[in-house]
Design a protein around this ligand. Structure first.
Ligand SMILES: O=C(O)c1ccccc1NCC(=O)[C@H](O)[C@H](O)COP(=O)(O)O
Length: 205
């Protein structure tokens, strides 16, 4: 299988339609109300997406009831959680059939004991002022070490763009990549030329 590509922070049905046509593997919808990219799960639920393209709901330290509500209304396939405490657990039985991805920054190696709970990991940069969509690259050297040492698939995120994604993939060798601000004109508004260039760079052999 080739590199898995996720375009995150989609806020409108118009952007969604155009991005879907460009063929990424996953589409991300921010479920954190403080984000400029927040989108109501009920709106997401009304939007159609191509068969097999994963719908990812992105949360910050969510409660189980918040996850259940959004998963139901947004029709998500994946729940991606950011900033959950070290020993955060969830009742996987309540979310059967859904994948759970955990966002980490490359310094959080010490989370290892709770890693088995998650299906995938997303390595993102850390910013004390906000959570995701920062446009800041994370430490690719540390990310590379993590990719080698952790058995589960890892997506690299943080500050990726059409210009640097090939170099990032060559260095880190992640299972997948995730981008948001590197393909935007402003927070929540995607630039289709950049999305297309990003996906093309990811698909280059
Ligand atoms: O994008 C947001 O506003 C956001 C807010 C809260 C939690 C996560 C958020 N984004 C998550 C993502 O998966 C982004 O794609 C990832 O952080 C990379 O962002 P960027 O550096 O802008 O490419």
């Amino acid at each position: 299988m080739g590199l898995f590509v996720k375009i995150c922070g989609i806020c409108s049905e118009g952007d969604l339609g155009q991005i879907s046509a460009l063929g990424p593997d996953a589409l991300g919808f921010i479920q954190w109300p403080k984000s400029k990219r927040y989108i109501d799960p009920k709106a997401v639920g009304r939007w159609e997406t191509p068969e097999g393209m994963k719908r990812v709901g992105v949360f910050v330290c969510p409660t189980e009831s918040e996850l259940a509500h959004a998963a139901q209304y947004g029709r998500f396939d994946v729940l991606q959680v950011h900033r959950v405490p070290d020993h955060w657990k969830m009742d996987r039985d309540l979310f059967q059939g859904l994948e759970i991805w955990r966002a980490l920054n490359p310094d959080e190696l010490y989370h290892a004991e709770s890693w088995f709970e998650f299906d995938r990991f997303l390595l993102d940069s850390y910013d004390s002022r906000t959570v995701g969509g920062t446009g800041k690259t994370c430490d690719w050297g540390k990310a590379k070490t993590l990719v080698k040492s952790v058995e589960k698939p890892i997506l690299l995120a943080g500050g990726l763009s059409p210009e640097n994604v090939e170099a990032a993939v060559a260095e880190v060798k992640p299972w997948g990549v995730d981008v948001s601000s590197g393909v935007e004109t402003e927070p929540g508004v995607k630039d289709m030329a950049k999305v297309e260039a990003f996906i093309a760079a990811c698909r280059k052999k």
